[in-house]
Write a protein that binds this ligand. Structure first.
Ligand code: GLA
Length: 387
């Protein structure tokens, strides 16, 4: 599948610009096994890069203007890389503009490129196509202009680009897009940015994504509001317990003791964060020990918290998780990523995948008259140079 994408992208580049690309970069989307909405709360997360990618073809054009073509959208734009960078109403261009802006404000020297990109990462499904776009574009410029930016700093600059566009995201998406390794999940300590690879062996279970095929528009504002509520929660904890520096130093009891000092929402968000941090630690151990059933239970518990306490689910995602709970062949399921639509991630007994897929598609269509999209997950490598 990726071979076709690479051929299509490079052939288009050749036709459009009259020369072959100098560099071809592949940048993946990501899944997350567990650890949601805690990357910006000093927590741990357990994501992995996937084999769905954006392919970029690049060449220097020896001018100060970059020309970037989004092949799938049949759209393109030009940007003078020496001028002040501003947000535009064409959404996808802002991720590229954001990257150029970050490089400029951090003093990197670079010129214009011609670039064509094309993707097989579903957009708006919670698979981080925007992180793949930022990190792949950054990776290409880094290589072409010898900017010497380390992989982790590519992730951090990608995250800052996303902030500039408007979502005050954590580091999980960009980190996993850049640092992913085939067949491994990454346990990231989002406080120190230390990380470890763990083998992605789910024994008798397959990882399957059910894409609700809905995207509720509140995402950006609701995401930033959750972040702000958590900041309020941890500020109250710090003010009351001087030994507390972050949510990592809190127990559930710490938050419960502060219930009267917090608004109802801040209390529920904070309690979710502390519980989710502990779930990731347990989940990673369960994975290492081959206790996939326990991992599945923790995933269900995460969904419960995301839905009821963090309030980032929606009726479509809740239904998909409820369906999963009723099936003995599905031992874990939860919404994945920021929420308000996108995918659930599911652990489905090997051999029963097709039957579950058929059943869920039918029931989902009956409930919402929407087609359920389904992706089998393969864990792949992080952003890399193809040529
Ligand atoms: C989005 C953000 C991430 C993370 C998830 C929720 O994907 O970009 O940083 O916060 O939501 O876990």
């Amino acid at each position: 599948m990726n071979d076709i994408l690479i051929k299509k992208t490079t052939a288009f580049f050749q036709d459009k610009f009259g020369n072959a690309p100098e560099k071809v970069v592949l940048s993946p989307g990501r899944i997350n096994i567990i650890g949601e909405h805690i990357d910006y709360n000093d927590g741990y997360v357990l994501p992995a890069a996937i084999d769905k990618i954006i392919c970029f073809a690049f060449a220097k054009n020896n001018t100060n203007t970059s020309k970037v073509v989004a092949l799938d959208l049949n759209e393109e734009f030009e940007i003078d890389v020496t001028a002040e960078v501003k947000l535009d109403e064409v959404d996808w261009t802002n991720y590229i503009r954001g990257v150029i802006n970050q490089l400029k404000i951090n003093g990197f020297k670079f010129e214009g490129v011609n670039c064509v990109f094309s993707s097989n990462i579903p957009v708006g499904s919670g698979l981080s196509s925007s992180a793949a776009l930022e990190c792949g574009f950054l990776f290409g410029l880094n290589d072409i202009f010898n900017l010497n930016i380390k992989p982790i700093d590519i992730a951090l600059l990608g995250q800052k680009s996303e902030h500039w566009v408007g979502i005050k995201c954590g580091i999980m998406d960009q980190f996993s897009s850049v640092m992913g390794l085939e067949d491994k999940v990454i346990r990231i300590d989002c406080k120190s940015l230390e990380y470890e690879y763990h083998t992605a062996d789910f024994n008798d279970y397959s990882l399957i994504l059910f894409d609700s095929n809905v995207k509720h528009s509140l995402m950006t504002s609701a995401y930033n509001e959750r972040r702000q509520q958590c900041e309020e929660g941890i500020a109250i904890a710090k003010a009351n317990f001087p030994e507390i520096k972050s949510f990592r130093d809190c127990t559930e009891q710490t938050i419960i003791d502060l219930k009267d000092k917090m608004s109802h929402d801040v209390f529920r968000r904070s309690l979710f964060v502390v519980k989710e941090i502990n779930r990731v630690i347990q989940a990673c151990e369960a994975l290492d020990n081959g206790n996939i059933e326990l991992l599945g239970e923790l995933m269900f518990a995460t969904h419960d918290g995301l839905s009821k306490d963090y309030e980032v689910s929606c009726e479509e995602l809740d239904l998909l998780v409820d369906l999963a709970k009723k099936e003995t062949a599905v031992i874990g399921s939860r919404l994945m990523g920021g929420g308000f639509g996108g995918c659930t991630i599911n652990l489905v007994k090997k051999g029963q995948e097709q039957q579950i897929k058929d059943k869920f598609s039918k029931l989902y269509r009956e409930a919402f008259d929407i087609e359920l999209k389904i992706y089998d997950v393969k864990i792949g490598n992080g952003t890399s140079l193809y040529k």
